[in-house]
Ligand binder design. Sequence first.
Ligand code: BES
Ligand code: MN
Ligand code: MN
Length: 457
Amino acid sequence: MRESIRADITGHQSRYLSELFSFLSYPSISTDPKYRSSVNDCAQFLKAQCQEIGLSNTQVIPTKGHPILFAQSEPDPNKKTLLIYGHYDVQPVDPLDQWDADPFDPVLKDGYMVARGAADDKGQVYAHLKAIESLQRVSGELPVNIKVLVEGEEEIGSPHLYGFLREYQDQCQADAILVSDTPFYSRTCPSICISLRGMLYVEVTMTGPSADLHSGQHGGAVANPIQGLAALISQLKDDRSRIQIPGFYDAVTPIGASLQALLDALPDNDAVYADSVGVSELYGEQGYGANAQKWFRPTLDCNGITGGYTGEGAKTIIPATASAKLSMRLVDGQDPDEIFASLTQYCQAHCPKGLNVKIKRHAGSKAYMADPDAPVIQMGKRALEAAFEYPAKLVGEGGSIPIVSELSSQLNAAVVLMGFNLPDDQIHAPNERFLVDHYYKGILATSLLMTALGGPK
Ligand code: BES
Ligand code: MN
Ligand code: MN
């Protein structure tokens, strides 16, 4: 079976690649309203591709934001059902001048395809579709019922997918859920991810005088919003990464024996990791290695800060306002709503005299923690090993895929996070890339997982 699917993929590889290149050419940037129609066109392209491979009930479902693509194979009551989830939206491309080529005109370079979305997540979503195509051709039918759910708002926190899931719960019902949107542990170590951190994203705005003031005429007598904001931000975390928001750690449990065993089974690579990100020393809470810190501990980071004069030369002002964007990565048990309330209170209480602070909430989602013994996780591990010919490991990840914990609980089905990209594929950054070989092997791994899951219910 494996060899006949492999041969089929090889026999169709140039078309499989050129179709993916077409998918990659849509600038489906969800966060920027300028690209609204491109996001929509991209969903329509996917719909046509789903019809092309014989899926039925293909729909582009509008939402108040970007549309959701749904498709399914002709249901057979004697087969299990696999729901495939992914996203066709991508991150903005700036800084554009750091790209070697047009982000939406994919090119091949050193075995990689380079384009925005190649690794996150279009290449992986398309690998799933091509697995359906190859598997059907090779075995004459699909071993499982397939449902395809691809959204256009993952990169902005999936605001409309929660409501969609409640409304279309029956239509989405499945025995297992496949998501390919996470990286390998390393080039020679494919991995199944068993935990994702959740997220709370906020914007903190500090205001002071009603307009910018001359810093000589008024300086010393009026509080400065930038300095007030900087002081507030510095009180959110101590110098060892311990977050100071009251109650922040209340629901956080210590790393248990099974997660510790998972950490211990991975080579200690803190020095290599520090080097790979270009820092001389790692940072964090006492007693945690980089993997533990990134996967199983919550954190808070300032993502950007603006205010005052930043142009050429000097301009002497006390600015009227300053603002910062903060992201918090949450772990299993933490509730973004409760943390938002506590953060708001803490910021109000620590707002310097003479200034006002406002907190605006953006994305929020809970962390996801799998049962590593779920059969589909073990099947995914074996599928990766067979397709990539390296032993696979279970890992955690620090990034967020907002809907995953909701998918699993709403549909009461196990999720397998089986991704094919590499940690240095530069997702969200210039020259994002995806190994062409991983695209083809990802198609094979997906086919093998579907085959393993198949059989009588
Ligand atoms: N595919 C990523 C999530 C990811 C990245 C998982 C790296 C594991 C390792 C996803 O597309 C993503 O970027 N998520 C955002 C969500 C946010 C905007 C709500 C994230 O984690 O920042
Ligand atoms: Mn992604
Ligand atoms: Mn992403």
